[in-house]
Design a protein around this ligand. Structure first.
Ligand SMILES: Cc1cc2nc3c(=O)[nH]c(=O)nc-3n(C[C@H](O)[C@H](O)[C@H](O)COP(=O)(O)O)c2cc1C
Length: 191
């Protein structure tokens, strides 16, 4: 099993995939790990619709922009990541120590959205690392028509589209050389 260091050093954002199915068991294991990510008040706003059927993949490809269409179509599975702006509806489970209903219920939509996005993205980072750990390559992609994704795939108006992660065994031929990253001196400050 690769170390965390290897997962980060060698893990890439794959564009296309081999035609090999992803099991429901693997997706359930992926959620079990993702759900343990730290979030404010344990609010856990990430929601996931897993597209695993050919029909669902084709429907998702129809909502994608440009080259993303064929990239989605090549994948055996895709995770449609959403955030739930009514995340606090689950606080009796997630944060039973808080007064119910929690104060977040009376926040503005902008405040709810900011908390949901911030924390769902922490979970999304864990999701990608956990997928790699389970042997699933990942292709995060944001280029979709959000309203179409929400209309076709979400049954809850409080779930908002964030981005897609293609899942499967990535085709290394689809990779560009890894782009540089920012140096410590550029991106960080020691005070
Ligand atoms: C939120 C997000 C949105 C992205 N959107 C797209 C996209 O629409 N299409 C695409 O081909 N790649 C997309 N990418 C992939 C990035 O370009 C890729 O992660 C980045 O260049 C780093 O590549 P590497 O992980 O192979 O080093 C996206 C990645 C993230 C995290």
């Amino acid at each position: 099993m690769p170390s965390l260091d290897q997962l980060i050093q060698t893990g890439r954002s794959f564009k296309t995939y081999f035609d090999e199915p992803v099991s429901e068991e693997a997706l359930r294991a992926l959620w079990q790990l993702t759900a343990l990510a730290p979030t404010a008040n344990n609010c856990s706003p990430l929601r996931v619709v897993f597209a695993t059927s050919q029909n669902a993949i084709t429907q998702l490809a129809e909502t994608a922009h440009g080259y993303n269409k064929e990239r989605v179509q090549s994948a055996p599975a895709a995770a449609i990541l959403a955030y739930d702006i009514h995340f606090y509806d689950h606080f009796t489970t997630l944060a039973p120590h808080l007064k119910q209903p929690p104060s977040q219920a009376s926040w503005s939509t902008e405040q709810k959205q900011a908390m949901a996005v911030k924390n769902a993205n922490i979970q999304a980072g864990f999701f990608i690392l956990a997928a790699r750990h389970l042997g699933l390559d990942c292709g995060p992609m944001g280029g979709f028509e959000a309203q179409d994704v929400e209309r076709v795939f979400f049954d809850d108006p409080n779930w908002r589209f964030n981005f897609v992660v293609l899942l499967g065994r990535g085709n290394p031929d689809s990779l560009y050389p890894r782009a540089d990253r920012l140096a410590f001196e550029t991106a960080c400050r020691l005070v």
